[in-house]
Design a protein around this ligand. Structure first.
Ligand SMILES: Nc1nc2c(c(=O)[nH]1)N[C@H]1C(S)=C(S)[C@@H](COP(=O)(O)O)O[C@H]1N2
Ligand SMILES: [Mo]
Length: 320
């Protein structure tokens, strides 16, 4: 899996290396008055060698008091219903012969320049990847902080050049019942689909994840390419995408189709609107220790400044 083209940096040798480099980087940034979270940083940081200000730090993404969720937790506590409904299942079942490489992705619909190519070629065409640390908040009220690699969806949108009729973006996951055991059941209408408005899709936070912790995307996290929409509940961040359609009408996403009283289209993280069966006011930090430390959930998962304007006029007390 090609995960960098521009900067020619090397993959960390091991998870331990990668985490320790990230942590020393964090200490460095803290000493300069930067928090860790959501900083856009150049992969050259991962070399650990010449940390300096030549690399970009976008203050837009600076958040305070965030700790990275360890690699082994991000990759062993997953929701990937094509493979399993247990948290531990996807790691095992998505690595038993399911091939996420090579992988064709198609971008089509109301666009002037449709694309159909291998993911690695797409990454090249986009011009390489960058790294972002984002909060991830599942609708089940747990959370992580994940260092992703990938590229902003806005770059892909520019490439395909949507027409004026395009108002929504629909994402479709793979179908492979031979390898994904839960797709042999019909309780969910496969493939998994998700959608965003075009302005949500074009927001600078909206990211196409191609890896995490400086490594290729593990199968269980949605290899080789997935959506990451950090201000929305995790189910919006669709994994293992094969098709992106620019459309004029709002697509019905999988969880909305399955349980419309509980899951909506927008699904913005909102501590003030409970799930019909549980509160969304707080969240359990995965890896938060024996007593399962909880923290208060933030409006738009802490990204209100970046995305609040997308919802002016929308009644946020309502469930969507
Ligand atoms: N294709 C697909 N994408 C999916 C899911 C899924 O079951 N299938 N689960 C979603 C849910 S509910 C969450 S919380 C996140 C989990 O991502 P992670 O396992 O990388 O933390 O993926 C989302 N994307
Ligand atoms: Mo989720």
């Amino acid at each position: 899996m090609l995960i960098n083209i521009k900067n020619n940096w090397e993959l960390p040798e091991s998870m331990v290396t990668s985490e320790s480099v990230y942590r020393s980087r964090r200490t460095f940034l803290k000493s300069l008055g930067y928090g860790l979270g959501g900083i856009v940083f150049s992969p050259s940081y991962l070399n650990g060698a010449n940390i300096g200000f030549s690399t970009e730090l976008n203050p837009l993404y600076v958040l305070k008091e965030l700790d990275l969720t360890p690699y082994n937790l991000i990759t062993s506590y997953n929701n990937f219903f094509e493979f399993s409904t247990d948290k531990e299942g996807p790691k095992k079942l998505a690595n038993k012969g399911w091939n996420s490489e090579p992988w064709m992705i198609e971008v089509r619909g109301l666009v002037r320049n449709p694309i159909k190519m291998d993911v690695n070629d797409l990454i090249k065409k986009i011009g390489g990847i960058e790294q972002r640390v984002y909060r991830m908040r599942c609708v089940e009220a747990w959370s992580m902080v994940i260092p992703w690699n990938g590229f902003p969806l806005s770059k892909l949108i520019k490439l395909v050049d949507p027409t004026a009729d395009a108002k929504f973006v629909k994402f479709t996951s793979f179908i492979d019942p031979g390898q994904a055991p839960r797709q042999r059941r019909r309780n969910i209408h496969w493939p998994y689909v998700e959608g965003l408005t075009l302005s949500e899709a074009a927001n600078e936070l909206t990211f196409m994840g191609t890896g995490l912790y400086g490594r290729a995307m593990p199968n269980q996290n949605g290899a080789p390419i997935r959506l990451v929409v950090p201000w929305k509940y995790g189910f919006k961040s669709i994994k293992s995408i094969v098709k992106i359609d620019f459309v004029s009408k709002a697509p019905i996403n999988t969880w909305q189709a399955l349980q419309p009283r509980e899951y909506g289209f927008f699904a913005n993280v909102n501590p003030n609107v409970s799930h019909p069966r549980w509160s969304q006011a707080t969240e359990r930090i995965i890896g938060g220790g024996f007593f399962e430390s909880r923290k208060e959930t933030l409006m738009f998962n802490g990204y209100e400044k970046e995305v609040g304007h997308l919802y002016y006029g929308v009644d946020l007390r309502k469930f969507y």
